[in-house]
Design a protein around this ligand. Structure first.
Ligand SMILES: [Zn+2]
Length: 280
């Protein structure tokens, strides 16, 4: 909790915002501050990847680095990524769910090679061995953000409140144990949330998101070429789209084409660490 407060409030606003919740909303000054950062957003994204790749030697320094003003916020209705101030609106967010199963590490390497940021939403049932925990650490060390996708990929509406708590919090505990920080993004399996899961995610410092579109679970798109084509040419591709992909063989194979295709259409891949998260 303390760490979270420091993360959220940064340096100057710390005391002020700690006293009153409403200071956490974006003030005109903050928006202005973000705007002046926009020109260097690409550069910052790349730097961020490098910084994450370094061993965490100085926790305070790391917190200070990350306590920068968010450039984007999530639309809670559409789950689209929207600019704060005049950040580039022509962005899309890449997300990889059901990780780390068999393809996540390769997918992370492909994305890293392309300098394409993404969130990997992980399930606890994939994090039961040292080998898989090492994979998680590697993905994080390559600069990718780690989101919570529950322990067993349960439908949260079909289980008790206690089970939901277990599904959600144990993943954060495991991720924290492995990478030293708790996830700040939550995505419910099947996009199905309950009032309880929404509250719990927020209480544990996570921003809840579903997605705008995705295709890799449909039979006709379980093929790299077909998937790469639809991900880039779908009518649902628009500014701020939140793209859902999975740890799957055909998706791993299509990934480079998808990234190149999206960039070819003029979209920048948003760095998820620039998205305003819960409580910010
Ligand atoms: Zn899933």
């Amino acid at each position: 909790m303390k760490k979270q407060l420091i993360y959220i409030l940064g340096t100057l606003l710390l005391l002020l915002a700690a006293c009153t919740e409403k200071d956490a909303t974006v003030s005109p000054d903050k928006v202005k501050g973000s705007a002046s950062d926009v020109k260097t957003v690409d550069e910052n994204s790349n730097e961020k990847v490098d910084r994450h790749a370094e061993t965490e030697k100085d926790g305070n320094e790391r917190i200070a680095e990350e306590a920068t003003e968010p450039l984007y916020e999530l639309n809670p209705e559409t789950y689209a990524i929207e600019p704060i101030g005049d950040a580039n609106p022509k962005v899309v967010l890449l997300t990889i769910d059901d990780a780390p199963d068999k393809q996540a590490l390769e997918m992370a390497r492909t994305l890293k090679e392309l300098e394409a940021p993404a969130i990997f939403f992980v399930n606890g049932h994939f994090l039961t061995t040292d080998e898989k925990k090492t994979v998680l650490k590697e993905i994080h060390d390559m600069g990718f953000m780690i989101g919570n996708h529950t322990k067993t990929h349960a439908n949260l509406k079909a289980i008790s409140v206690e089970q939901q708590r277990e599904e959600i919090l144990t993943v954060n505990d495991t991720v924290e144990e492995v990478i030293g920080e708790r996830p700040v993004f939550f995505r419910a399996p099947f996009g199905v949330n309950t009032d309880f899961s929404k509250t719990l995610a927020e209480q544990d410092g996570m921003l809840l998101m579903n997605w705008s579109f995705g295709y890799d679970w449909e039979k006709k798109y379980m093929d790299a070429d077909a998937l790469a084509d639809i991900m880039v040419n779908t009518e649902f591709l628009r500014d701020g789209a939140n793209l859902l992909m999975h740890d799957r063989e055909w998706t791993a194979e299509a990934l480079e084409k998808i990234v190149v295709g999206l960039r070819g259409k003029g979209y920048e891949l948003v760095d998820p660490s620039t998205i305003k998260v819960a409580g910010e």
